[in-house]
Design a binder for this molecule. Structure first.
Ligand code: FAD
Length: 460
């Protein structure tokens, strides 16, 4: 009989923690999971899912506008923010209950409490109760960061609060250039707010292909979003019922709501990790090996708290792999190469693999196939928009090493294209695939003309 209370204690009931506990319990482990906020974690409660619901809501504006060219007369439309938020909250509550039920059915003991480590095998709950665990999984995710401590910072909200605003602000200022900032800019603009996006770098969506970054910015501006780069918020001060925002350029912007989407940090603080010798990596997350094991043999970490690739499917895979290894006797390492990613902006982005610049740095020869065209739907609607499709090819082997799409349905297309990229498909395989007409995706298999080819310059 084990002298531990449980075989596994999971700290954090988000994507990684929920998946790991369910699979561990299904393998017969006695599992306890502590969640200090709501079961489901960031993705379900205040991340991917509610965000996508708001994205859907925001896109109706464009559909109503586009309908006229197709013969529809759309009566005067109006939008009720409280209805959207109430319906979204109802769906999130349903999902939270479903997650809880699935865990309980698998035999996981859920405790609604913060949990920290007292020693390497002892977890302490908020009420002081101590639980001895053979294995511990840190799955505490991440939290928003706000950058420099500027005057009036307390007036800024993060994405967490954006999901619960009492009303739709007329003018929103968003600071940040990452996918969360860009997505919320699209959400607020689509729902009717005036949006200003401030980013300190030279262009939004750092890390994405340069053509993608330029294309998204151009289209966002066409849709009326004001994008100011090379600048940051210096101070925020209340001014009547609004906020007066001073920028580093010296200019002032008046806004009803200021949102910072300036990054997220792993939730490692005050967990008791350092005291028991769990090493923290340079990126601020828990340092782990390919099996998500920390520097302490029986303590593992998965998901955003490790900051490998901060996406839900990755946290799910890492959680599952951990459980298979430790409780299923099946060592499984997660492959973090060619993880597809999307930005649910308007227009949408889907991307997998290397950007053009990454390929040119790494490969002896890089071939680029690129197309920019007006989608069929925009012909009758008259919308001023174009689709960007770009394939990055290893010029020596012919393998497709990157695929980047901006336009309606980009995320759905990239999920499917990722199978081909992951399998090592070549440009010739893409060309040999019959097109499906009339679609945007058919361009992936009809891009015949190379638009550029680069040989890597020999190192000195
Ligand atoms: C606005 C937004 C939009 C996003 N959109 C997408 C998207 O479209 N697609 C995508 O793939 N990813 C998206 N993400 C990222 C995704 O949500 C995360 O990658 C994912 O949730 C990580 O899962 P996790 O299990 O590591 O952590 P989390 O889901 O963050 O779960 C961690 C949990 O631990 C709990 N916790 C923390 N500390 C303690 C403690 N000491 N004791 C008890 N409980 C604790 C927290 O309350 C939380 O519930 C988005 C994130 C945000 C913020």
């Amino acid at each position: 009989m084990s002298h531990y209370d449980v075989d596994l204690f999971v700290i954090g009931g988000g994507s990684g923690g929920v998946r790991a506990s369910r699979i561990a319990a299904q393998h017969g482990a006695r599992v306890m999971l502590a969640e200090e906020y709501r079961v489901g974690g960031t993705c379900v409660i205040r991340g991917c899912v509610p965000k996508k619901l708001l994205v859907y809501a925001s896109r109706f504006r464009g559909e109503f506008e586009d309908a006229a060219g197709y013969g529809w007369t759309v009566p005067q439309t109006s939008f009720e923010w409280p209805t959207l938020i109430a319906n979204k909250d109802k769906e999130i509550a349903r999902l939270e209950a479903a997650y809880t039920a699935t865990l309980e059915k698998a035999g996981v003991n859920i405790v609604k409490s913060r949990a920290v480590l007292d020693d390497a095998h002892t977890v302490r709950l908020a009420n002081g109760e101590r639980v001895r665990a053979a294995h511990v999984l840190i799955a505490t995710g991440g939290a928003p960061t706000y950058g420099d401590d500027i005057p009036g910072l307390e007036h800024a909200i993060s994405s967490n609060e954006a999901f619960h605003l009492p009303h739709l602000p007329k003018h929103v200022l968003i600071q940040g250039g990452g996918y969360i900032a860009v997505e919320f800019a699209g959400i607020f603009a689509g729902l009717g707010s005036q949006v200003t996006l401030i980013y300190r770098g030279d262009n939004i969506l750092r890390g994405f292909d340069d053509d993608v970054r330029q294309h998204v910015r151009m289209d966002m501006e066409k849709r009326g979003i004001r994008v100011i780069t090379g600048c940051k918020v210096a101070a925020i001060a209340p001014s009547g019922s609004r906020l007066s925002v001073e920028l580093s350029s010296g200019n002032h912007v008046s806004a009803e709501c200021v949102m910072f989407a300036t990054g997220r940090r792993p939730n490692v603080r005050n967990l008791g990790l350092e005291a028991i010798g769990v090493a923290i990596a340079k990126n601020g997350g828990v340092a782990v090996d390919e099996y998500s094991r920390s520097s302490v043999a029986h303590i593992y970490a998965v998901g955003d708290v490790t900051t490998r690739v901060n996406l839900t499917p990755v946290a799910l895979r890492e959680g599952a792999a951990f459980a298979y290894k430790v409780f299923g006797g099946r060592p499984t390492a997660v492959d973090h190469i060619n993880v597809p990613t999307a930005v649910f902006s308007d227009p949408e982005v889907g991307a997998v693999g290397l950007t053009e610049m990454q390929a040119r740095e790494r490969l002896a020869r890089t071939d680029i196939y690129r197309a920019m065209f007006r989608p069929l739907k925009a012909t009758l609607s008259g919308r001023d928009t174009t689709v960007l499709l770009k394939i990055v090819v290893d010029g020596i082997s012919g393998r497709v090493v990157g695929c980047h799409i901006v336009g309606e349905g980009a995320a759905e297309m990239i999920q499917v294209a990722t199978i081909a990229v992951k399998m090592g498909a070549t440009k010739a395989d893409f060309d040999a695939t019959m097109a499906l007409h009339p679609t945007i995706a058919e361009e992936l298999v009809t891009l015949r003309n190379r638009t550029a080819s680069y040989a890597r310059e020999a190192a000195e």
